[in-house]
Write a protein that binds this ligand. Structure first.
Ligand code: HEM
Length: 230
């Protein structure tokens, strides 16, 4: 799908012919950059992290996906938010399989809470269970990320952690369909969402918040890294 297409705007007085998916991406791309360039994510994709350092990221994301997927259950019947929970997109089961791989069957007892995860979870609880647009904002930030840069991250993780045995340790990045097909469908849903201009702006603001919460999470992980040899 061409993301620059012009047929997606709703007849809502938004005052722009630009599809919402394209506008959302453009309005938040600088916030995305803060995530991509964090010390932890850079170290991760450059192959400078060990298994234990990577496993902590998976552990920190667990409560985030637990809440997002609990909210997806709550939003299932909502005509705007429900359709975003596309079949095969949910990550919790794969994430738990990866945690069992890294921490063993008693992984729940071995993972520790963190301040940044707690703040992220507070916000998810605040907005994702009662506000469809807020749910979509947080859902978009994680799942479209997993389908995009996440695919590259997954390849790097597999390579640098020497995970050669099937999908063990990287199930989180494996979707049952082609990532591009999911992303096209997801953008179609964003473009069809029945939101007026004011609601679109609220969703954009919430995506910026979601990016900030993710950046704080990796910043916190970066504090625990060994100083680089450079
Ligand atoms: C090393 C870290 C990262 C890299 C290298 C990276 C890279 C990318 C790239 C190349 C795209 C564009 C893909 C495309 O247009 O098809 C993308 C999209 C995206 N990324 Fe990341 N990313 C990283 C981290 C993150 C993080 C931590 C998040 C949020 C939690 C995130 C959320 C997103 C989202 C939501 C999109 C879709 C934007 C859109 O097209 O609407 N990314 N990423």
């Amino acid at each position: 799908m061409d993301s620059a297409r012009t047929d997606g705007a709703q007849g809502d007085g938004a005052g722009t012919a630009e599809a919402f998916s394209a506008r959302l991406r453009a309005a938040t791309w600088s916030d995305h950059g803060d995530n991509e360039t964090s010390a932890y994510m850079s170290a991760l994709v450059e192959g400078r992290l060990g298994r234990d350092e990577y496993a902590v990221l998976v552990a920190r994301l667990h409560p985030v996906y637990e809440l997002l997927e609990g909210a997806a259950d709550r939003m299932a019947a909502d005509p705007a938010a429900g359709p975003f929970d596309l079949p095969g997109l949910r990550r919790l089961e794969a994430l738990e399989a990866d945690l069992a791989f890294f921490y063993g069957p008693r992984w729940r007892a071995r993972i520790e809470p963190s301040a940044a995860t707690a703040r992220y979870c507070d916000r998810l609880r605040e907005v994702c269970f009662t506000w469809p647009g807020g749910f979509v904002a947080h859902h978009y930030t994680r799942y479209m990320g997993d389908l995009s840069g996440g695919q590259y991250i997954g390849l790097q993780v597999r390579k640098t952690l020497d995970l050669s045995a099937g999908d063990d340790g990287v199930r989180f990045y494996r979707f049952p369909g082609k990532p591009k097909a999911y992303k096209d469908r997801y953008r179609d849903l964003l473009d069809a969402a029945p939101w007026d201009a004011a609601e679109q702006e609220r969703v954009i603001r919430e995506v910026k918040t979601a990016y900030r919460l993710n950046a704080a999470l990796t910043e916190e992980l970066g504090e625990g890294l060994r100083p680089s040899a450079a």
